[in-house]
Design a protein around this ligand. Structure first.
Ligand code: ZN
Length: 316
């Protein structure tokens, strides 16, 4: 939060907004300071003897699985879909922020813009998109399948894909391609341009978080971009990644460049970034409250400014 060009003034507006309950601000500030009382931090201050994730442990016990290979309960872990207890909330936080940003960019198009924002929908896999005439006109399904197969077979099978791969060796590559789901697609038919959009909500602790996540997102969709380029050489395909740090850091010049590319009116850009940062902070608070609720059975009343002892001599 000390770094320039990372929306700190916008996070500051959230923290100074009298309409935002004090407890929300306090949770945001604790996250910025790195003192959210997760097990790892409690162990550091000698209030806990172990660092293993209590939510994953509980989920394993409910499945009557043995408590082996438990992940550490870190701030990063409870903010990720890898935590059994937090996955649903964290995924919902991703969708909440992204849908808001996507709708804001769509609403603020310049009058001359010919971009069409295809509605983000969890059912919008490559397969469902290519059932629509608009996409089939770019290239037909058969030629895309053929080009995709060449690329997919060069991509290694990830650990979470292993079961499906073993089950369906022959069709795995093709099915993996058609099941890919970008977070958004924007088309300009006149210019024969298609943008694949991806949204990430990573940790913003390290200053290279944007570049690291961009690389990861580009790798994730490389087969879509490369297969499309091979199947429809007259079109231009490009990926645009939006990266929002969990605690509200957004690299400002990068964000504004991307809004420009997507024909967002210049006068709306600050307003969109402000609303975006507010959404990130709100989503972060929902995630934190879900965590406290599950660990301590309480996230505290939002209407009061008094702190609540959640046990272990920690107040939120
Ligand atoms: Zn966990």
């Amino acid at each position: 939060m000390l770094r320039q060009n990372e929306s700190r003034a916008f996070v500051g507006k959230f923290l100074n907004d009298p309409r935002v309950p004090y407890r929300h601000k306090r949770r945001e500030m604790m996250a910025i300071a790195g003192i959210i009382p997760i097990a790892k931090w409690l162990a550091q201050i000698k209030q806990r003897s172990d660092v293993w994730c209590r939510l994953c442990k509980r989920a394993q016990e409910q499945r009557v699985a043995s408590n082996e290979n438990l992940p550490k309960e870190t701030y990063g872990h409870i903010n990720s879909a890898f935590c059994d207890g937090m996955a649903t909330t964290v995924t919902a936080a991703h969708h909440f922020i992204w849908r808001h940003l996507y709708a804001s960019m769509q609403t603020a198009q310049t009058p001359a813009s010919k971009l069409r924002f295809v509605t983000p929908d969890k059912e919008s896999s490559m397969s469902t998109l290519w059932q629509e005439e608009e996409f089939k006109q770019i290239c037909n399904r058969e030629s895309l399948t053929e080009k995709a197969a060449d690329i997919e077979k060069t991509i290694s099978v990830k650990e979470h894909e292993r079961e499906r791969y073993d089950f369906d060796l022959i069709m795995f590559d093709e099915n993996r391609f058609w099941n890919r789901r970008p977070d958004g697609i924007v088309i300009n038919k006149n210019r024969r341009t298609l943008y694949i959009l991806e949204f990430k909500r990573p940790s913003d602790r390290n200053k290279d978080f944007l570049r690291v996540k961009e690389d990861e997102a580009n790798e994730q969709h490389t087969s879509i971009i490369e297969a499309l380029k091979a199947a429809a050489p007259k079109w231009t395909f490009e990926q645009i990644n939006f990266v929002a740090g969990r605690r509200g850091a957004v690299v400002e010049d990068d964000f504004y460049t991307k809004l420009d590319k997507l024909n967002v009116q210049a006068g709306n850009k600050d307003e969109i970034l402000l609303a975006h940062v507010q959404c990130i902070c709100k989503a972060h608070d929902t995630v934190m409250r879900s965590y406290y609720q599950q660990i301590h059975g309480s996230s505290g009343a939002d209407a009061t400014t008094s702190m609540e002892n959640i046990g272990e001599q920690v107040y939120v």
